[in-house]
Design a protein around this ligand. Structure first.
Ligand code: CP3
Length: 347
């Protein structure tokens, strides 16, 4: 189906556009009262993720509410470890927990990968089909996955962590096993993302949320090669654009730019000029400090305008990370409308 609003896709491909597109990480979720109302009727987060019609409903809520330029499929990066054999639980107010973690070669050898893992995620593909129907071509649909290092971090650590020292311990003490696991995650993720594209994902984003806790040398060894493999596999099989969002990995921007990605996402610690000097002509995404949305409306308008001017084209507007649950719907609207009212002056 032809998209009525393809601004995100044109921008991701590097075309010159009238204004930057805008969407927000975690736009579907607890900021919206309509999300909370639906969620309160269910057993938990996983029921929402695993019921395609409900996942579709929640995916489209931010489009109806704010008229952002893209939808992102409601799901989680942790569906991949689950598909490989490690189930997760989403504990209210605590976050994800894995009752079983990876400790040994035997644990890794027991995991599913390739199409065997990707085939476990039919409910995600059904959610994409259902969402495409509801969207009816209004805006592009973003599919996503965790980057291999971030997924390894959860599979070894078993939960969130400030330091992920258990996962880093594994990299330093068992590098060969770490590569074995990263290879399996990469193969499962590639099959999964190609399936998502077959089911209508118009752009893919990889989240490397824990990139910034690795040293540059470790990031180069344990993360970047796998990002190369995934972006190359997608670029070979499709012409779907890919965004890499490696949080706090300012030190690796040149290495990210050397992959087959189209867009590089930035957190709010990275200056637009610095990023541009490292990534050549790749499109950039980001990077307003999410907490800027706690300021008053006038300040949000000013900061958003200043950010757009600082990037000055080849730019997709977003926050530097996700929305927080206590942010106001009306403040988000001010942010989105500021972008939608902006026009580049043609040079
Ligand atoms: O709107 C969207 O961005 C799409 C949906 C989405 C979710 N998770 C839904 C979700 C996306 C893209 C993710 C990605 C994700 N999940 C990441 C990478 C992005 C990032 O934030 O760095 C990570 C690290 C996870 C793992 C995860 N899921 C954690 C650590 C938590 C608990 C923390 C929290 O915010 O509650 C989740 C839960 C989660 N995933 C929620 C949502 C809406 C909250 C669940 C609820 O409704 O209670």
């Amino acid at each position: 189906m032809k998209l009525q609003n393809d601004l995100l896709i044109r921008t991701a491909r590097g075309e010159r556009v009238e204004r930057p597109p805008v969407w927000l990480m975690r736009q579907a979720g607890r900021v919206l009262p309509q999300y909370r109302a639906l969620r309160a009727k269910l057993s938990g987060f996983k029921e929402l993720v695993e019921t395609p019609q409900l996942a579709a409903e929640v995916t489209v809520q931010p489009i109806d509410e704010w008229e952002v330029d893209a939808a992102i499929i409601f799901s989680d990066i942790l569906v991949i470890p689950e598909a490989m054999g490690l189930t997760y639980e989403m504990v209210e107010k605590r976050g994800p927990i894995f009752p079983q973690t990876i400790r040994s070669r035997a644990d890794i050898e027991g995991l599913l990968t390739d199409d065997d893992a990707a085939a476990q995620l039919q409910y995600v593909y059904d959610a994409l089909d259902a969402t495409k129907k509801v969207l009816d071509g209004r805006v592009p649909l973003i599919g996503f996955a965790g980057a291999p290092w971030t997924i390894l971090a959860y599979m070894v650590e078993g939960s969130g962590s400030k330091t992920f020292s258990r996962a880093k311990h594994f990299l330093y003490s068992e590098p060969e096993l770490a590569h074995l696991l990263l290879d399996k995650i990469t193969r499962a993720t590639t099959g999964y993302l190609l399936n998502k594209i077959r089911h209508g994902a118009d752009l893919i984003q990889l989240f490397d949320s824990w990139a910034g806790i690795l040293s540059p040398a470790q990031y180069g060894e344990f993360a970047v090669p796998y990002l190369h493999r995934i972006t190359a596999a997608i670029a070979t099989a499709t012409n779907t654009p890919v965004t890499l969002f490696a949080k706090n990995a300012w030190f690796a921007l040149d290495q990210l730019a050397a992959t087959d990605c189209n867009v590089i996402g930035l957190d709010w610690n990275t200056e637009p000029d610095f990023a541009r000097s490292r990534v050549g002509d790749k499109v950039l995404q980001g990077n307003l400090d999410p907490c800027q949305l706690y300021a008053d409306h006038e300040q949000i308008v000013r900061a958003t305008g200043k950010m757009i001017e600082a990037f000055n084209g080849r730019h997709i507007v977003n926050l530097g990370h996700g929305l927080y649950p206590d942010m106001e719907v009306e403040k988000v609207r001010t942010f989105v409308n500021t972008v939608k009212n902006f026009r580049y002056t043609q040079k």
